[in-house]
Design a protein around this ligand. Sequence first.
Ligand code: URA
Ligand code: CA
Length: 439
Amino acid sequence: MLITSLIEKKRDGFEHTREEIEFIIRGLLSGAVENYQMTAWMMAVCCRGMSEREIADLTNAMVHSGDTVDLSDLPGVKVDKHSTGGVGDTTTLIVAPLVAACGGTVAKMSGRGLGHTGGTLDKLESIPGVNIEQPLDRFMDIVRENGLAVIGQSGNLVPADKKLYALRDVTATIGSTPLIASSIMSKKLAAGADAIVLDVKVGSGAFMHTVEDAKKLASLMVRIGDHLGRRCEAIITDMNQPLGLAVGNALEVQEAVNVLSGLVPENEPLVEVSLLLGAHMLMLSDLASTEAEGKKKLLEALRSGKGLEKLRRMIEAMGGDPAYIDAERIKELCKVRRLVEVYPQKDGYLASLAAEKIGVASQMLGAGRARKEDVIDPAVGLIMHKRVGDRVSVQEPFCTLYVNDESHLEEAMALLQESMTITDEKPEPSPLVYAIVKE
Ligand code: URA
Ligand code: CA
């Protein structure tokens, strides 16, 4: 086989065989396929697309490019969740403990923040002592004892994705449905869960900008999962504004702790999406037969404090100080040099909020990385006071910034002004959940 012929084949819109796809991925890892050839092929994929069979073969080849995790020694259905990336989305830290408190087994490998989106690992590391790098046998022990563990991806999980992702990032080949689906699903499948609930975000702060595109991506990922022997479902949720009110690392852990302490109204979007994700995780684990039953069990775990206790035990098992998993004590982790209020420049209704801009503003304050080697300040970020549809006025701050390093403060504040669209008319409310995709 010749890589140049395969690039030509995809360029002209033909379908690859499984052997051809395996040849490409093997070549990427061995160096037989050069980076420029890989990116030419990926650009051809962006323009021509792939059949579902090709995407499943690509995903499978990626899964087997490195180590895979075998969770079969753990009892019951091992369930995972994945979000395609959002702002103010701390659902993992809420839903994983709640599902575990309901008898589920959550063995999850998470990622770091990417661009303007937050990552669970960075949030966990804002708690003193937490070590997100746990050896596999220790990870399994924590799950066995506690029902949940959320750790970093082990070093050699899907090395093909690490290479592809780095190339895509700098060659305008990120936004291709086959490449996104295989990237996400290869990592989920390699991490070993039996069941996976995907949260596909749609809107200004997400990879997918229309509901139709999000549904296509969701359905594709669900079918790839099914095809490779896992139970998969997806929910499509709104990312036209941050999901929760907190954006940052310790600030988002604080919000999760507040939710699990019963201090956040149960109809807040962050709680609603968490309950929906959790209900489907319980259903795929055979621990609930309907969404309503799943939500009821999760709410009991929330109200009784069992979910909070699960989070506390997990943090302790990972070397962290469990005393911080407390609504009072966690405030200490959000102490900064300066709080800065941001006021809207006119009165009216908040018609839209650009989630991506809010994510970038938080990143500028030091909550995220601009380059891989940047160090995150766990305490900084922002708390929103308004949501889309709310009345706003020049007298009332629309968010509060948590600031240590002021070097990009002005820029961040300008971006937050830009993130708001204010109108005289009250806008139509947009849905929080657009669809549930089961196949
Ligand atoms: N998240 C991933 O892991 N991969 C993508 O391609 C997009 C989002
Ligand atoms: Ca997230």
